[in-house]
Every structure is written in C-alpha cells, then in structure tokens.
Design a protein around this ligand. Sequence first.
Ligand code: DAT
Ligand code: MG
Length: 136
Amino acid sequence: MDRTLVIVKPDGVERRLTGEIIARLERKGLSIAAAELRTISREVAEAHYGEHADKPFFGELVDFITRSPAMVMVIEGPQDTYKVVRNLMGATNPKDAAPGTIRGDLAIDMGENLIHGSDSPESAEQEISLWFPGLA
Ligand code: DAT
Ligand code: MG
C-alpha cells in the first residue's frame, strides 16, 4: 500500500464540494487513512508551500489556504497513489485541466483550484509527516 497527502482547499469546503471530491477519490478505488477539517496556520502553510517561497504569488497562496477550514487527508491506495490522485486532480491551472478531472470539471481560476495532492513519493512522505506526525 502507498499513501499521499490530499487537501480539499478552503474554496472546496466553502463551495460544499468536499463530498464530491472525496467521492471521486473513493470511486477510483482509493481509501481515506486519516482526515481532519483544519483551519491551517500561516506557519504550517508556509512550511507546506516552502518550495514556492520565492514566487510572486506566495503571499496570496498562504492567504488563500489559511482563509477558512480545509479538509486535510491521507489517501491510501496501490503503488504510486500520488500519481493516481494527481491524474484525478487535473492540471494546476483549471483553465488547462481536462474535462473529467476535479479541476477540469469544478474549477476555473488558478488561485482557487480546489485540491492539493503531493507531487512525488518523496513529497508525499514529507507532507504526511508535516500534517499527520503521529500517523502509524
Ligand atoms: P499543484 O497544486 O498542481 O501541485 P504547484 O505546486 O505548482 O501546483 O502550485 C501550488 C499552488 O500555487 C497551485 O495549486 C496554485 C498556486 N499557483 C501555482 N502557480 C501559480 C501562478 N503562476 N499564479 C498564481 N498561483 C499559482
Ligand atoms: Mg504542488
């Protein structure tokens, strides 16, 4: 089994799309190993998005992810589960995301693209330990 970190971002929770997004992951055959609705602190948001710290959109990204509760989850499935989730998510910019994907079907703005998923096995491991340090 393999695990990856998924966040239904504040826009998804605000739009009441949490169930829709989780349903898509579950219908694909993935399972929830951990989940919690959290209002993300700036400190954790800055650590989570550390790779983007020098980008011009970093401040807006941190403002966005901390503005209201997000559903933070560890998702479990077969080898390379991170990739399965990334494929279900669609491209980062919802305008480029293919129909049938979460971003392609449900989002339109780059800033409000509904879902985060780890982008490699290494980032999955690192992000799971950041968000769920006690998880067995
Ligand atoms: P992803 O979320 O697909 O892994 P990423 O890690 O490159 O994408 O970027 C993290 C988030 O930052 C992304 O979901 C939306 C935002 N973002 C990325 N590039 C951006 C840009 N050029 N302008 C504004 N926001 C951006
Ligand atoms: Mg990313």
